[in-house]
Ligand binder design. Structure first.
Ligand SMILES: Nc1ncnc2c1ncn2[C@@H]1O[C@H](COP(=O)(O)OP(=O)(O)OP(=O)(O)O)[C@@H](O)[C@H]1O
Ligand SMILES: [Mg+2]
Length: 271
């Protein structure tokens, strides 16, 4: 049943396991229409799984995932396709189609959406490639690009269609700090460019610089649960707070993570 809601996505007490691996253990979170929500957390903590659940690429074991108040797991194929048409996901690894040129990769979603105006497609492709720092690469094949360039081309592809909801899974992993900052700017610019559509962005990242620069709100996951949630200033304040003034285990975890320290309640992931 549909209900009026300012949340574009809501997860309520969501559990997800793979065999004996209990990844999510009762996650509840809300994504407000128009905000940029950043999800942080250690490698393997279930960030990509969370994104996949949100768009129905995975189904939870229990709990609810709602898109505009409608249960994603109860959607039929038609409803899922209509929902996904309104969103775009930059997958971790950002794979390009190897047999298509960079330009055709960026144009792919536009064509899939039925855009037929070739001049318009060309101009959007040129603009997006320029925005990600890859001007003039339309005719190159993906194999001719470095890893970072591929990532940027994939980003250009994911924002080509002007979606209402953009999910960025690790948009800066493997990029140098300057390019990471440029991608953070691009996330902000994309939001500004899509302002009329009140675009919602979800950014999964390990990179605290990208997180604080782009987020309206940050959610930190650990051990299958949400351990902290608040504006970037909250995470910065905990980062700078004296160790002796931490009030909970959760705050200790946040401080350790945002400072990037190996010693603390979060054990380094070794596998
Ligand atoms: N389809 C699947 N089948 C089995 N296990 C899976 C599947 N998808 C994810 N996992 C496991 O679930 C755990 C969480 O994976 P996930 O990809 O969400 O982590 P992550 O937080 O995105 O990590 P990273 O920061 O390294 O990308 C991992 O241990 C992963 O191996
Ligand atoms: Mg991931």
């Amino acid at each position: 049943m549909s209900q009026q809601t300012a949340n574009i996505i809501e997860m309520k007490d969501v559990y997800k396991s793979f065999g004996t691996l209990h990844v999510l253990r009762g996650i509840s979170l809300e994504v407000k229409k128009g905000e940029t929500l950043v999800i942080i957390g250690q490698s393997g903590t279930g960030k990509s799984v969370t994104l996949r659940l949100m768009i129905g690429l995975l189904v939870q074991d229990s709990g609810d995932v709602f898109f505009e108040g409608n249960s994603v797991k109860d959607m039929d194929e038609f409803a899922l396709v209509s929902m996904r048409k309104r969103m775009s996901m930059l997958f971790q690894g950002g794979a390009l189609f190897d047999s298509l040129t960079v330009g055709e990769n960026v144009a792919f979603g536009l064509r899939a959406q039925g855009e037929k105006d070739e001049a318009k497609i060309r101009s959007i492709v040129t603009e997006r490639l320029g925005q990600v720092g890859l001007p003039g690469t339309e005719d190159k094949m993906p194999s001719e690009l470095s890893g970072g360039m591929k990532k940027r081309a994939a980003l250009a592809r994911s924002i080509a269609e002007m979606p209402e909801l953009i999910l960025y899974d690790e948009p800066t992993t493997g990029l140098d700090p300057i390019m990471s900052d440029a991608i953070a700017d691009l996330i902000l610019e994309t939001r500004a460019a899509l302002k009329d559509m009140n675009v919602t962005s979800i950014v999964v990242t390990h990179d605290m610089h990208v997180a604080t620069k782009t987020a309206d709100r940050i959610v930190m996951l650990h051990g299958g649960n949400v351990v902290g949630e608040g504006p970037p200033e909250y995470f910065e304040e905990i980062r700078e707070r004296d160790k002796n003034n931490l009030k909970s285990k959760q705050e200790e975890m946040i401080r350790q993570f945002v400072r990037g320290e190996a010693v603390g309640p979060i054990m380094p992931q070794t596998s």
